[in-house]
Design a binder for this molecule. Sequence first.
Ligand code: NAD
Ligand code: ISE
Length: 335
Amino acid sequence: MATNIGVIGTGNIGSFHVRTLSTQVSGAAVTAVFDVDGERAKALADDVGARAHATADGVIVDDEVDAVLIASPGPLHPQQVMACLDVGKPVLCEKPLGVTSAECLAILDAEITGGRQLVQVGFMRRYDPGYLQVKGALDSGQIGEPLMVHCVHRNPTVPPSFQADMAITDSVVHEIDTSRWLLGEEIVAVTVLAGRKSPHARSDDPQLVLFETASGVLVDLESFVNCQYGYDVRCELVGSEGVVNLDGPGLTAITKSAARSTAVPADWRMRFGPAYVVELQEWVDSVTSGVYAGADAWDGYAATAVAEAGLRARAQRTRVEVDLVERPTFYPGPR
Ligand code: NAD
Ligand code: ISE
């Protein structure tokens, strides 16, 4: 029998997830949706044979919804995740889990009180073949001990609704998660530097971010959300015996008129499309089995705590240490 999914937020990624769940994930059916833009939700619901509800709670308490996917704006996530935990329903929450670590901690408390894992966070890079190869090269010992990671995260543009803090809380948060996941350890300090501002930017952009991990690995990141030319995500992991590089997907190169050109993905859908499919399939399977391998609520909390430290580091123009609570044994920690 199919797992019935309710989706809250049917904007860019919510509608993408609804279509992926409806066409590319086995054992799943989208039965309910909600968006404050009722017309958008209704049109999508009609397309996939789901019901458009008048409220988010309507989706969460719907008897025909077994599990909920939250794709509303980040600040709404904690309240909507808590409502799912209140009724004991599994929830895949798009990143970030919350904008403050305090609201994420309330989610950990509620999940622990319920006694079983219900929350997964949408850090989809963990399912990307390229990132998996980087992790494989490190875990197999091929490149020795990890020493440094160099990252690039560029978006062509951002919408008018994109606030200055979101460069850290919404965009850099991906590298926070990939760093913790690749290295299997927590980030303990953050430094953020904003230099000369792009003429296309409304707030500091690009920015340089430096993470320090518990064992002393240094992770640097260029975050640039108005780069204009395309979506460009890179990662180079420097080990004691070698280096592993992820330069992006191998899109087709055209050689013509004495020049060779390689396409760049236009956006995150094109770059990470296959990863979202695997993420959703594994989540639906986890809802059935009760065994989860994706990012859990602790990962969501830790990522938000690092992002929070990043916001302070940017404002104070200084290195800020990350303030993490002691990890409850309920959660395995970075993996
Ligand atoms: P968006 O603005 O396109 O969509 C958000 C939708 O939420 C809109 O349709 C809006 O009307 C709706 N909304 C507003 N208030 C609501 C409410 N109270 N209840 C329900 N819906 C409400 O934004 P987006 O780009 O789709 O981002 C949504 C979330 O997904 C963000 O947290 C973002 O960080 C995340 N995201 C993740 C990825 C990824 O690669 N994992 C990619 C894009 C977005
Ligand atoms: C967006 O919300 C995403 O999650 C994309 O993956 C990321 O690249 C982008 O910077 C975010 O705004």
